[in-house]
Design a protein around this ligand. Structure first.
Ligand code: SF4
Length: 82
Protein backbone atom coordinates (compact mmCIF):
# COMPACT_ATOMS: atom_id res chain seq x y z
CA UNK A 1 0.00 0.00 0.00
CA UNK A 2 1.20 3.47 -0.82
CA UNK A 3 -0.37 6.78 0.16
CA UNK A 4 -0.13 10.43 -0.74
CA UNK A 5 -1.90 13.69 0.14
CA UNK A 6 -3.07 16.40 -2.21
CA UNK A 7 -1.87 19.36 -0.16
CA UNK A 8 -3.99 21.80 -2.20
CA UNK A 9 -7.11 20.28 -0.61
CA UNK A 10 -5.81 19.74 2.93
CA UNK A 11 -7.69 21.74 5.59
CA UNK A 12 -4.94 21.27 8.18
CA UNK A 13 -7.28 19.87 10.84
CA UNK A 14 -4.83 17.08 11.73
CA UNK A 15 -7.29 14.19 11.86
CA UNK A 16 -4.95 12.01 9.81
CA UNK A 17 -2.14 12.62 12.29
CA UNK A 18 -4.49 11.63 15.13
CA UNK A 19 -5.30 8.37 13.35
CA UNK A 20 -1.83 7.37 12.22
CA UNK A 21 1.10 9.51 13.38
CA UNK A 22 3.53 6.95 11.89
CA UNK A 23 2.41 7.90 8.37
CA UNK A 24 0.96 11.42 8.60
CA UNK A 25 2.72 14.51 9.89
CA UNK A 26 1.90 18.20 9.98
CA UNK A 27 4.72 20.56 9.12
CA UNK A 28 5.22 24.23 10.03
CA UNK A 29 2.87 25.31 7.25
CA UNK A 30 0.02 23.55 9.11
CA UNK A 31 -0.58 21.19 6.20
CA UNK A 32 -0.37 17.40 6.40
CA UNK A 33 2.26 15.33 4.61
CA UNK A 34 2.98 11.64 4.44
CA UNK A 35 6.11 10.24 6.04
CA UNK A 36 8.18 7.17 5.31
CA UNK A 37 10.58 5.71 7.89
CA UNK A 38 9.94 8.81 9.99
CA UNK A 39 10.93 11.23 7.22
CA UNK A 40 8.23 13.60 5.88
CA UNK A 41 7.95 13.55 2.10
CA UNK A 42 7.27 17.18 1.29
CA UNK A 43 7.23 17.28 -2.47
CA UNK A 44 3.56 18.25 -2.90
CA UNK A 45 2.02 16.69 -5.94
CA UNK A 46 5.28 15.07 -6.97
CA UNK A 47 6.11 11.40 -7.34
CA UNK A 48 8.48 11.81 -4.39
CA UNK A 49 5.54 12.32 -2.06
CA UNK A 50 4.18 8.77 -2.34
CA UNK A 51 4.90 6.87 0.90
CA UNK A 52 5.10 3.12 1.33
CA UNK A 53 2.87 1.97 4.24
CA UNK A 54 3.87 -0.95 6.44
CA UNK A 55 1.22 -3.61 7.07
CA UNK A 56 0.56 -2.68 10.68
CA UNK A 57 -0.56 0.81 9.57
CA UNK A 58 -2.91 -0.31 6.77
CA UNK A 59 -6.17 -0.03 8.70
CA UNK A 60 -5.25 3.27 10.38
CA UNK A 61 -4.37 4.78 7.00
CA UNK A 62 -7.68 3.63 5.53
CA UNK A 63 -9.55 5.12 8.52
CA UNK A 64 -7.67 8.40 8.11
CA UNK A 65 -8.60 8.56 4.44
CA UNK A 66 -12.19 7.81 5.40
CA UNK A 67 -12.50 10.67 7.90
CA UNK A 68 -10.35 13.21 6.02
CA UNK A 69 -12.61 16.26 5.53
CA UNK A 70 -10.58 17.42 2.54
CA UNK A 71 -10.97 14.00 0.89
CA UNK A 72 -7.36 14.46 -0.09
CA UNK A 73 -5.70 11.25 1.16
CA UNK A 74 -5.17 8.90 -1.76
CA UNK A 75 -4.31 5.23 -1.36
CA UNK A 76 -2.73 3.08 -4.04
CA UNK A 77 -2.85 -0.66 -3.52
CA UNK A 78 0.09 -2.71 -4.69
CA UNK A 79 -0.58 -5.76 -6.80
CA UNK A 80 -0.58 -8.97 -4.82
CA UNK A 81 1.82 -11.53 -6.22
CA UNK A 82 1.66 -15.23 -5.38
S1 SF4 B 1 -7.24 14.62 7.59
FE1 SF4 B 1 -7.08 15.34 5.45
S2 SF4 B 1 -7.60 17.52 5.52
FE2 SF4 B 1 -7.15 16.86 7.61
S3 SF4 B 1 -4.97 17.34 7.91
FE3 SF4 B 1 -5.11 15.21 7.21
S4 SF4 B 1 -4.90 15.31 4.98
FE4 SF4 B 1 -5.38 17.37 5.68
Amino acid sequence: MRVWIDQDLCTGDGLCVDHCPDVFVQLEDGIAYVAELGEPLNDPGGAGSLAEVVARDFSAVVQAADVCPGECIFIELSEVTN
